[in-house]
Write a protein that binds this ligand. Structure first.
Ligand code: GDP
Ligand code: IMO
Ligand code: MG
Length: 421
């Protein structure tokens, strides 16, 4: 049995916190896509930790964590993360496993990411510059190197040959930065990676499933950043949606049970690209301040806006969402009035569907207003004690989406979460 937790918006919905919260009900937590572009924040013993590639179940004793084949892995970032995690007394030899088919982010991939973004000027994607796009390009272009290749005696040569191809591209971009320091770091840290548990991910996970173990697949990014269904080309390079779980871990679709979709009570986006409900004035600034909306990976200010039910409805459809968790409800505590986008207007026509592209069509969001709850919800710990106005807001969302909000997160802390009963 496999359950999935994934983001329904443009990432940073609070997946890390929610995976950490649910992890105790599972035996294995597995990442199936993305790489160090992700930044999943959790609190361990009141200390803030941001995980990029290690699954968010890692702080629970007895839970196995798998980095699946669909992930792109940067050994340098991984080593830094491992050092942080082990400083909490976690024994990664016991609970972290890496699929040998996982593609490696090489120093030249990071250089290519940077060169490609620079060449785009104002059209840039706003990539995290972690090498994600070029690594997935080498995967689908059938050039990439994988974790299993590290065990090849000839790995240095494999790298050299691929670097020669990359160098031609870098020359085309007139990219002249010296990446020898990145290369040095890379070759030092792969020695560390080789000592970790490298496994055949697909047999590893399927044997666990056969033995009746419960698996939680942890998504990175969000549905609107999906390479197929997101706001292309302002997306990431992987399938962030439920479909990615099967190809990213090697499991069959009928094994998937619940798909738990995470949404903020409002909406954010970091990086470029369409964001119909974005608020550029004082209200957006207020959301950013109250929600502390700055990227966990890059520190960039996140763009903020109202919740977008057109996009959420689309995300529920694409992912087959069975349950919703709404995070950051507390951030709206002081707003007198809230807006919920229920339709887009495109060329004078109202629609509840996401268009093929939003760059040229520029949907105008149509809103329904709600009274704010104007009370400190972060101190509440039962559903019955939540303000009625918050319940009305959530009921409307439940009805619109036809999927229920099962949990409301009302603060960043591990215990700040309320079951809807
Ligand atoms: P992820 O990438 O989906 O894991 O999300 P991030 O960690 O990038 O961003 C979510 C941010 O919101 C983190 O700083 C969390 O600590 C914080 N957070 C999560 N849930 C809540 C919540 O319910 N209320 C508040 N105020 N903060 C939250
Ligand atoms: P988590 O898992 C928010 C965004 C980048 C950029 C676009 C492409 O923490 O929710 P990439 O580095 O993948 O080439 O960037 O995607 N992006 C994210 N935004 N949260 C993330 O991850 C993101 N990962 C990538 O800002 O717009
Ligand atoms: Mg994040």
């Amino acid at each position: 049995m496999v359950d999935v937790i994934l983001g329904l918006q443009w990432g940073d919905e609070g997946k890390g916190k929610i995976v950490d919260f649910f992890a105790k009900d599972y035996d294995v937590v597995a990442r199936f896509q993305g790489g160090p572009n992700a930044g999943h924040t959790l609190y361990v013993k009141d200390k803030k930790v941001v995980l990029h590639q290690i699954p968010s179940g890692v702080f629970h004793a007895g839970i196995t964590n798998l980095i699946g084949n669909g992930v792109v892995l940067d050994p340098v970032t991984l080593k830094k993360e491992c050092d942080i995690v082990t400083s909490f007394g976690v024994d990664l030899k016991k609970n972290l496993f890496i699929a040998e088919r996982t593609h490696l982010i090489l120093p030249t991939h990071r250089a290519l990411d940077k060169a490609a973004e620079l060449s785009k000027g104002n059209e840039k994607i706003g990539s995290t510059l972690k090498g994600i796009g070029p690594t997935y390009m080498d995967k689908t272009g059938r050039n990439g190197l994988r974790v299993g290749d590290l065990l090849d005696k000839d790995f240095k040569n494999l790298y050299k040959n691929l670097k020669a191809k990359h160098q031609q591209l870098l020359d085309n971009y007139n990219f002249e930065e010296d990446i020898s320091v990145w290369e040095e770091e890379f070759f030092t840290t792969i020695e560390y990676l080789k000592e970790l548990n490298i496994v055949n991910g697909e047999y590893f996970i399927n044997s666990k499933i056969k033995a009746g173990k419960r698996i939680l697949a942890e998504g990175a990014q969000g549905t609107m950043l999906d390479i197929d269904f997101g706001t292309f080309p302002f997306v990431t390079s992987s399938n962030t949606t439920t479909a990615g779980v099967c190809s990213g871990l090697g499991i069959a679709p009928q094994l998937i049970r619940d798909v738990i979709g995470i949404t903020k009570a409002y909406c954010t986006r970091v990086g470029s690209g369409p964001f119909p409900t974005e608020l550029e004035g004082a209200t957006g600034e207020e959301l950013r301040k109250l929600g502390n909306e700055f990227g966990a990976t890059t520190g960039r200010p996140r763009r903020c806006g109202w919740i977008d039910l057109v996009a959420l409805n689309f995300a529920c459809m694409i992912n087959g969402v069975t349950k919703i968790v709404m995070t950051k409800a507390d951030v709206l505590d002081t707003f007198k009035e809230l807006q919920v986008c229920t339709e887009y207007e495109i060329n004078g026509i109202r629609t509840k569907e996401i268009p093929f592209q939003m760059e040229r069509t520029r949907p105008v969001p149509q809103y329904k207003s709600f009274a704010g709850w104007s009370s400190p919800s972060s101190e509440v710990n039962s559903f019955s004690n939540l303000p009625d106005t918050m319940k009305e807001y959530i009921n409307f969302i439940n009805q619109y989406l036809g999927v229920q909000v099962h949990f409301i997160s009302n603060g960043p802390g591990r215990d700040q979460i309320i079951e809807v009963k």
